[in-house]
Design a protein around this ligand. Structure first.
Ligand SMILES: *Cc1c(COP(=O)(O)O)cnc(C)c1O
Length: 427
């Protein structure tokens, strides 16, 4: 459920008319802020957080929002206010969390290539757990902890070798993946961790992929993690939590992933079946919280014909929203004004000088003409965070809608922003 709906301008009723985000007409945002602009619905974000947290009722659960999905400070502040923690993958994300009012002790630090510098920053901030992804990293963590006079709380991110059945670019739980520690090596690495003087082994971590559409791989991975927890317990480890990662999918088109409640209930059922429901459970949801809470608002620059194909050229491109070009991702595209009756088969493309810069091919859409506004739906996750300046295009503004008001939560980049830090040497 989200709050991007059509409303009749006269009656205010849902269904027809032009698109609103909560109580704000998207036309107004385009007029006052320009395009392309990311628009987020505060009510949708807070509702998704609430549903996620409530679903775990009765269990000892800590949500750690995956910052990489959407890292705007205003969004992170909403999470912090709701009591969420954070899953970070860089020092930059740590800085964002702290600026947004997030608590360091509710932060878990993931990633295959954490540098010494980043590990030190995390220990100094007092993060709750470092999710270690390799033997070398484990040694680094111990050294950094020793030289900084701190103890390092760690989990090992194990690779349960289950097939998440998702796009290969976002599947992370297979044996050949760069992520995590090979299943067979996990027990010996736990022993190695226990022998280190400056490390506290507190958990077991996994994350098997993103945009998963079934609970089956989650349950399979959980079972393997619980096997490991039982094995470690028998050997005297004090495992305090399991971190089962993120990855629950959303509906972009016609996918039917489990709802958050169904997902949590499947996890709960497994924990209970194995008598392990007293374990503390950490989750790292990203997409499921913010994906459908954001849209990219864009304007049609012009339309053109090449051979049999009619192109609708937007003022947003792959630099603003790369998912279609990177993962062949499908985003719903809709006119902001009441849709015209005439339907056309079109390619919707951006202005970037790459053939891959296309949002949709052979898509049936209500007729669009120059100056029309459109939205690309479900762009709240892995949208703005992946935006770049390719083709020297300033990155979009971001807007947070709150009822019938909106806030610009990130200004559109300027031409000065584009060249910040660049220098022409005297020759
Ligand atoms: C990307 C990522 C997540 C979030 O994945 P979603 O599919 O957005 O829920 C969680 N944990 C880790 C370690 C990740 O890399």
């Amino acid at each position: 459920m989200n709050h991007f709906e059509r409303r009749d301008l006269v009656t205010g009723e849902a269904g027809h008319g032009s698109l609103y985000c909560e109580g704000v007409p998207l036309e107004r945002i385009a007029r006052e802020v320009g395009t392309p602009t990311y628009v987020y619905s505060k009510a949708t974000v807070t509702r998704h957080v609430r549903v996620w947290l409530d679903a775990w009722g009765g269990l000892d659960h800590q949500m750690c929002f995956a910052v990489k999905a959407c890292s705007n400070l205003a969004i992170l502040a909403l999470m912090a206010k709701a009591g969420a923690g954070f899953d970070i993958v860089s020092e930059g994300e740590l800085a964002r969390v702290l600026r947004a009012g997030g608590r360091a002790d509710k932060v878990v630090f993931s990633g295959v290539g954490k540098t010494r510098h980043e590990l030190l920053a995390a220990l100094e901030a007092g993060v709750g757990c470092i999710n270690v992804e390799s033997a070398d990293e484990l040694v680094m963590v111990d050294e950094v902890a020793r030289t900084s006079g701190r103890r390092a709380p760690v989990s090992l991110r194990v690779n349960p070798d289950v097939d998440a059945k998702t796009h290969p670019y976002i599947a992370t739980g297979l044996m050949r993946s760069k992520f995590g520690i090979a299943w067979a090596e996990a027990p010996s690495l736990y022993e190695a961790a226990r022998a280190l003087a400056n490390v506290d082994v507190i958990g077991v971590d996994c994350h098997i992929g993103s945009q998963l559409e079934s609970e089956k791989p989650f349950v399979e991975a959980l079972d393997r993690v619980l096997d490991l927890v039982a094995d470690l317990a028998a050997r005297g480890f004090g495992i305090r939590h399991i971190d089962i990662g993120g990855g629950l999918g959303i509906t972009y088109r016609d996918e039917t992933p489990p709802s958050p409640v169904e997902y949590v209930n499947a996890v709960r059922a497994r924990l209970e079946a194995r008598g392990m429901e007293h374990l503390r459970v950490l989750t790292e949801p990203g997409r499921v919280i913010v994906g459908n809470a954001g849209c990219l608002l864009s304007r049609v620059v012009l339309t053109k014909h090449n051979g049999p194909t009619r192109f609708v050229v937007l003022d947003a491109g792959m630099n603003d929203l790369i998912r279609p070009a990177l993962y062949q991702a499908w985003h719903a595209i809709e006119p902001v004004a009441a849709p015209r009756d005439e339907v056309e088969l079109v390619d919707v493309v951006g202005p970037v000088c790459e053939s891959g810069d296309a949002f949709a091919k052979d898509r049936s859409l209500p007729r669009l003409v120059a100056e029309d506004l459109v939205i690309l739906r479900s762009a709240g996750a892995y949208g703005m965070v992946m935006a770049s300046n390719y083709n020297s295009r300033p990155r979009p503004a971001e807007v947070l809608v709150d009822g019938d008001r909106f806030h610009i939560v990130r200004a559109r980049e300027t031409l000065d922003d584009l060249v910040r830090g660049e220098v022409i040497p005297e020759v």
